[in-house]
Design a protein around this ligand. Sequence first.
Ligand code: ATP
Ligand code: MG
Length: 286
Amino acid sequence: MSLTAPRTISIPVAGSTLLEVDHLTVTFPTSSGPVEVVKDASFRVESGDTLGIVGESGSGKSMTSLAIMGLLPRGGTATGSIRLNGHELLGRSDREMRRVRGDKVAMVFQDPLSSLNPYYTVGLQIEEAYRAHNGGSRRDARRVTIEALERVRIADASRRVDHYPHQFSGGMRQRIMIAMALCLEPDLLIADEPTTALDVTVQAQILELLADLQRETGTGMIFITHDLAVVSQVAQDVLVMKDGEQVEAGTAEQVFSNPRAAYTRALLAALPRIDDPFDELKGTSR
Ligand SMILES: Nc1ncnc2c1ncn2[C@@H]1O[C@H](COP(=O)(O)OP(=O)(O)OP(=O)(O)O)[C@@H](O)[C@H]1O
Ligand SMILES: [Mg+2]
């Protein structure tokens, strides 16, 4: 599948494309004039699939996702088109975007401590998010919250639900953020470098968890990372960004086996090779 055109081999089911972004440009005013931090990006996310967005620091990955969420920092403006289930998101009021965020799109940020309030138990925070979205009784919200914590494999969830954020490890806090996002049953989950702050083993657990949950729920996902190896594990489609430009877009297979942009080839060349066990041997015999 191409990221700029609908899947050519799929049966054309109306609404199977979850997110369509066309010619997205994000601009900030500066003292020396407007600066485009995302330039003319176009991509698709199909229902139940994962798009990996990869690129070095400052390439515009977060600005792309914040534009989708309607959460650009003050002064930032987005032009182009962002359609979710066929409905245009750009130009909506703050109030409407809050509804979209509660209802359709959820985001997991890199640093869970900055998104969790240290003064409230994690249970209360997930319950509040759930009730703001679904209404219902406190008792219901608590049951859903404990279930969500169990789904992200927090052991002893019915007790841990009353603990505060600092009583959890970094990997557990990240899983708590995922649990909170899942309670909203979003159509689209945006994970912005959710594993960057974690050690490799915990990172692998989180990636596995996200893949499992996606299989269960069919949620579409955007997974942002600077690590191409991580993208190869989670994404069907890949978008490579550099200096706000989309330098490459395609299926993971296309991008990994036949990268068109020199920048992508350089990123790939920098990866440790684990695909060919004889590679090292070949290297020594050269
Ligand atoms: N509030 C802001 N006002 C103006 N420019 C900003 C603002 N925040 C970020 N930028 C700029 O926008 C560009 C893209 O930033 P963005 O946060 O999207 O990068 P990123 O790819 O997510 O990087 P990282 O991997 O470090 O998270 C950067 O050049 C950054 O300096
Ligand atoms: Mg970022």
